[in-house]
Design a binder for this molecule. Structure first.
Ligand SMILES: Nc1ncnc2c1ncn2[C@@H]1O[C@H](COP(=O)(O)OP(=O)(O)O)[C@@H](O)[C@H]1O
Ligand SMILES: [Mg+2]
Length: 478
């Protein structure tokens, strides 16, 4: 570039760099300090003469100038801690006449006042985030009330009324019923209409916490209780829930050894942290839930009888959807309304044939299954009305494929299927295909009931994990 400018004298240039408020460093291609302006010298408390010629990373903490001098790639707005202070670094390659000769770097926020303001701002954001997060967790956790429990059939209404009546008591509640019937929702609603509603509702899924961690999760641990234990120990969920409710979900999956410890805690209203000596008094109400037959488990010795009695002071049995078919239409419409918000839709309805299919289907996954089916359908629906062809095959063929699945999978459905059998020759497929399609449907069905959880689905179908994954792959299910 040709200009009329006279070359700036060297001293002037240096002074310009010095006057500039930004701490600035110049390194050569080897990453040795070529120049450090006054502002930078002040921050680092070094003499310019001591710094010159030294490797930059020895003069400036966490410097990457020597790297930029090699790569020629600029690095902007990088966080760089110096002397325990967070700085924002900009690093530029120094290219003179097309040749990479070194690098220039500046850092920002060296002014303590700026930094303090910046820190306050970040701190404020962190507080806001914490606050939002706590509220979200509270929303997720415990804002359900009895009003949110959908169903107007007499059987559902009477269960709901009973639950409402006992919510004020401090006695343990055992919620039983198939998967997806709303046991967890009931637990929330009971807590929220109890006197404990200002205190925490703490859900614990006994099936998903590894057996050897369950005790420390529930009761906490003392400092040094085991390797990897947090310093100072940790409160358990019972202590966190103090004055509130602990919801022990899938209680039927609680390991036997843990059952005794839980029983003791319930009897004594005291817990002992893992690795600790002292007993801590806790005041919690227990709501437990399971879809397993605890009475049978007591009989065959896999569940402690005394614990069963402790938990089963109040038993609430949530009825499956197929035993309250009157509710299906109402719940479907409510769920559609809810899902419409999620998919930005309006005015979605179902055809009468779909309703009929829904009435015929036995809903082993109950409301959760209905919700999943509707969500999947709405997700791809390009018209206003849900028709039979939009439904998953196993519901479309409620009656036909259903029957095959029922035979192929362990299923304890007891509603007899009344739909007519297709007598035309076309309805007969080669056995291999029929079996394959039944297998595929059974897998999709199990997955939908298990909420997409492959391990659970495999367990329900009584096949191993590996074989389940293979089958999914073969049928193109992911
Ligand atoms: N009566 C109901 N009213 C509204 N939603 C329900 C009802 N029952 C179940 N659900 C919904 O079905 C899903 C499963 O409910 P959940 O309480 O987790 O069942 P469970 O614990 O019995 O397996 C949740 O998404 C829940 O919102
Ligand atoms: Mg549940």
């Amino acid at each position: 570039m040709k200009t009329n400018m006279k070359p700036l004298p060297y001293e002037w240039l240096l002074e310009v760099i010095n006057i500039s408020t930004l701490p600035t460093v110049i390194v050569d291609q080897e990453g040795l300090v070529y120049y450090l302006n006054k502002a930078y010298c002040d921050i680092l408390s070094v003499n310019l003469d001591d710094a010159i010629g030294q490797p930059v990373q020895e003069i400036i903490e966490n410097s990457r100038m020597h790297i930029v001098a090699k790569t020629g790639k600029e690095e902007l707005e990088d966080i760089q801690p110096i002397n325990g202070t967070v700085m924002i670094a900009n690093r530029y390659p120094l290219i003179i006449k097309g040749e990479l000769v070194g690098a220039v770097g500046t850092v920002m926020f060296p002014n303590p006042d700026d930094l303090r303001q910046y820190k306050n701002k970040v701190q404020q954001l962190i507080e806001e985030l914490k606050h939002t997060r706590t509220n979200t967790i509270k929303d997720l956790n415990s804002n359900y009330t009895f009003q949110d429990l959908m169903g107007s059939s007499p059987v559902f209404q009477s269960v709901k009324q009973f639950a409402e009546k006992v919510s004020g008591s401090d006695s343990s509640v055992l919620l039983t019923g198939e998967s997806g019937t709303g046991k967890e929702l009931f637990a929330h609603a009971i807590h929220n209409s109890s006197l404990r509603d200002k205190y925490p509702f703490i859900p614990v899924n006994c099936a998903s916490i590894p057996a050897d961690l369950l005790e420390s999760e529930l009761f906490g641990y003392e400092d040094g209780a085991f390797t990897g234990a947090k310093k100072g120990g940790k409160k358990g969920l019972f202590e966190i829930a103090n004055h509130g409710t602990v919801f022990l979900d899938e209680i039927g999956d609680m390991p036997f050894s843990m059952q005794s410890k839980l029983l003791r805690a319930l009897q004594e209203r005291e817990i002992k942290r893992v690795g600790g000596q002292n007993l801590v008094h806790v005041d919690v109400r227990i709501i437990a839930a399971t879809n397993r037959d605890l009475e049978k488990m007591v009989e065959d010795g896999s569940f402690r009888q005394d614990l069963y009695y402790r938990l089963n002071v109040i038993n609430i049995e949530v009825p499956p959807l197929r035993k309250r078919k009157e509710d299906i239409e109402f719940i479907t419409n409510k769920l559609i309304k809810k899902l419409e918000g999620k998919f930005y839709r309006q005015g979605t309805s179902i055809s009468s044939e779909v309703l009929e299919k829904f009435q015929q289907h036995s809903w082993p996954g109950n409301v959760r299954e209905l919700e999943n089916v509707l969500e999947r359908t709405l997700n791809v629906l390009d018209s206003q009305t849900i028709q039979v062809e939009h439904l998953p095959l196993y519901i479309r063929d409620a009656g036909d494929v259903e029957r095959r699945i029922n035979k192929a999978t362990r299923s304890e459905r007891n509603s007899p299927d009344k739909s007519p059998i297709d007598m035309s020759p076309d309805s007969v497929q080669p056995l291999k295909e029929t079996l394959a399609s039944a297998e595929k449907e059974a897998i999709k069905h199990a997955l939908s009931i298990a909420d997409g959880n492959k391990l659970t689905a495999a367990k329900m179908l009584g096949v191993g994990k590996t074989s389940f994954y293979e089958k999914c792959k073969r049928h193109g299910i992911n």
